[in-house]
Structures are given as structure tokens and as C-alpha cells.
Design a protein around this ligand. Structure first.
Ligand code: NDP
Length: 340
């Protein structure tokens, strides 16, 4: 899948992303002076909102370089090793890494990690035990500093990150309310993921009033996935010494920065002594061991549920990608490329 034109504003379309067919000689692995390379057949591709920023001409504050034009885009993926010039990997190993969105790829072995499919199924390493989970875990437990009894609000709560934040909040003894963009998602939050309450932000006209209703005791932690006007409404309902992990601002990604919503009531942070902290999950890669141990523990105890939204084939990438902006995704968007 090739980026042929930058999408600086508005939705990404097939004028920006195109499928191009080429032959890849996997037998050539390691013979071209790259001794540590591994050839991978791609099985699962993760579709995530941050890719939107990488499809713009500038890196847009994300501190990751934009994709280069006419190059294959990359994403977190799970694949099967089909040829290896790297002693750490054997044919048949199931691996994960951040590499080309294509059916086959040749990847430096240093960028791959063998995954344990006895703990969780391969696609879980893109969601339940992958980047969205590291984001939920680090953002909530490290940046959010939860205490039992805290009042927690999560936006985009039915999404890849949000559904885990809510469940972690319950595990840590908090009361948690989520917002989502459909009644079906609200039902899922309350009935499947154990949120104490949830509301459809699209059917609320006054978000300040809605939050005051759902949080009569105010908000101690706001896990912000959307930014914009919802962040402003939260600041009018925030408690003394609250924490706001700024995870993402998906309501703003399709806008050029000059058109973005400017939050007007930041003064609440001063008077209420609030900690608002932006974070990137990659900051916490050094705590991967601790993260995996804690999360696999919860999985084994049956305390964590996860929902995937599976589409098939590279040609479904654009639909899966845009579903995150329309809210049509019901669970973590992943693309299946067929059996190994
Ligand atoms: P999701 O699976 O939550 O998909 C995105 C969801 O955002 C949609 O389903 C939609 O849900 C909601 N949404 C889209 N547009 C708007 C809007 N205008 N206003 C409110 N909600 C909207 O994605 P992820 O869980 O993967 O990502 C959630 C956030 O976390 C994103 O901002 C992402 O950039 C960020 N992130 C940050 C990371 C970090 O390291 N800091 C790492 C990973 C993700 P709905 O139907 O509820 O509207």
C-alpha cells in the first residue's frame, strides 16, 4: 500500500493511498549485504489513528516523521517468518513489528519480536497486548495515578484504547464513565466492559451539563482520546488535584492546525492544581516486561475483555482507516491477510 499524495486536511481517500503490485524475492534475504534481515508473510495489520498524522506533509507535532511519498506505508503488524538470515528467527516463527503494509515484507530482524501465541492469539499483539494496551496501561496507571474511589471519565471509550482504560479503572477500584458515539457502543460499555455508566455524546447537546449529571462529585481523572470541545467541557467539571493524561485528540486530526479547536478555559488547571500531561506509549517501552506481566495476569484471571473489528485484505485498509474517524469501527480495527 503506497502513499501517493499527502492528505493534509479532510479524509484520506484513494487519491492518497493506492495498492501497487510488485514481486518480492524472499529468497534473496540476507544476500544483498543485509545479514540480519527476515522475510515475513504478513498475517495481521493494525489500523491506528496516529497513521493519520504520518500521511500529512509535516509531522504535525507527533515527533514521528511523515511517510515518504511513493513508498510503502508502515504499521504495526503480525506475520510469519518465511525466510531468515537472522539467527534469532526461524522459518515458521510468528513475529510482530512495525513494518511495510504489504502481503510480504523484508524486515531487519532487530525490528521484530517473537510473540507467544500460547498466551494470546496473534492479533491480540496488535490490540489487547499491543500498542493500544501499552497506551491504556501506561497512560492510565502511570500518568493517571489512579486511587481507589477516583471518578474517571474516558472519551472514545469503546475504542481500542478506551475499552481497556475503563476496565483497568474498574480493576484499580475507580468509578468509570465513558462517552461514545452510538447507543450500540454505550450498551457495549455498560454490558460487556463493565463501565459504571456511559453516554452517547452525539445525542447530548450540552456536554458541560451532561458531565455534571454523570459526575455529581466531579472528575478526578480524564483520559482524553478526543481533545477539542469535550476537553473544554471536562475542565469545567474537574476536581482539585485531578490528572488528565492527554492520549490523543482524534476530533482534530482531519483539520489543518489553524482550524483546530482552541480550549478556552485552561485557567481551571491553575485554580484546581490539575496535572495535564501528554504522553506517548513509546516512552514506556522500557516497562514492557512489567506491562506484559500485569496484563497477562488480568487476562488469565478473566478480568479483561477485548473486541476486534476485523476486515480482510489490503483493499479494506482505507475503509478500516476511515471507520475510526466516522466512528463506524466497533472494536480495534485489524486487517486479516489470510492463513499462514
Ligand atoms: P479508536 O479505536 O478509539 O477509534 C477512534 C474512535 O474515535 C472512533 O471509533 C470514534 O468513536 C472516535 N471519534 C472519531 N472522531 C471523533 C470526534 N470528532 N469526536 C469524538 N470522538 C471521535 O482509536 P484508538 O483507541 O486507537 O485511539 C484513541 C486515541 O488514542 C486517538 O486519539 C489516538 O490518536 C490515541 N492514541 C495515542 C497513543 C499515544 O501513545 N499517545 C497511542 C495510541 C492511540 P465514537 O463512535 O465514540 O465517536
Amino acid at each position: 500500500l503506497i502513499l501517493v499524495a499527502y492528505a493534509n486536511e479532510g479524509p484520506v481517500t484513494d487519491a492518497h493511498l493506492k495498492i501497487r503490485e510488485t514481486q518480492l524475492d524472499v529468497g534473496s534475504v540476507g544476500k544483498d549485504g543485509s545479514p540480519g534481515d527476515v522475510a515475513v508473510q504478513n498475517l495481521w495489520i493494525s489500523v491506528d489513528p496516529y497513521l493519520r498524522q504520518l500521511m500529512k506533509q509535516s509531522d504535525d507535532g507527533l515527533y514521528m516523521p511523515s511517510f515518504q511519498l511513493n513508498q510503502v506505508i508502515r504499521s504495526a503488524s503480525v506475520g510469519k517468518v518465511v525466510a531468515s538470515a537472522n539467527p534469532a528467527f526461524e522459518v515458521g516463527d510468528i513475529v510482530s513489528g512495525f513494518y511495510q503494509v504489504s502481503e510480504y515484507a523484508i524486515v531487519p530482524g532487530g525490528g521484530l519480536r517473537k510473540i507467544d501465541t500460547s498466551v494470546a492469539k496473534p492479533s491480540d499483539y496488535l490490540g489487547l497486548l499491543g500498542m493500544p494496551a501499552l497506551t491504556a496501561w501506561s497512560g492510565f496507571t502511570i500518568v493517571g495515578e489512579p486511587n481507589p474511589g477516583d471518578e474517571v471519565f474516558v472519551s472514545a471509550a469503546a475504542g481500542s484504547v478506551g475499552m481497556l482504560v475503563g476496565q483497568l479503572a474498574k480493576i484499580k477500584g475507580c468509578r468509570v464513565v465513558g462517552s461514545a458515539g452510538s447507543d450500540q457502543k454505550v450498551k457495549l460499555l455498560k454490558e460487556e466492559f463493565g463501565f459504571d455508566d456511559a453516554f452517547n455524546y452525539k445525542s447530548e447537546t450540552d456536554w458541560d451539563a451532561a458531565l455534571a449529571r454523570y459526575f455529581p462529585r466531579g472528575i478526578d481523572i480524564y483520559f482524553d482520546n478526543v481533545g477539542g470541545r469535550m476537553l473544554e467541557a471536562v475542565l469545567n467539571n474537574i476536581n482539585m488535584k485531578a490528572r488528565i493524561p492527554l492520549c490523543g485528540m482524534i476530533s482534530q486530526y482531519n483539520q489543518e492546525w489553524k482550524q483546530r479547536f482552541g480550549v478556552r478555559n485552561l485557567l481551571n488547571l491553575v485554580g484546581k492544581c490539575v496535572k495535564m500531561e501528554g504522553f506517548m506509549c513509546v516512552q514506556y517501552l522500557h516497562r514492557m516486561g512489567e506491562f506484559l506481566e500485569e496484563m497477562t495476569g488480568y487476562i488469565k484471571e478473566g478480568k479483561l475483555k477485548y473486541k476486534e473489528d476485523v476486515k480482510e485484505g489490503l483493499e479494506s485498509f482505507l475503509e478500516a482507516f476511515n471507520s475510526m474517524f466516522s466512528g463506524d469501527n466497533l472494536g480495534k480495527p485489524v486487517i486479516y491477510l489470510g492463513p499462514p
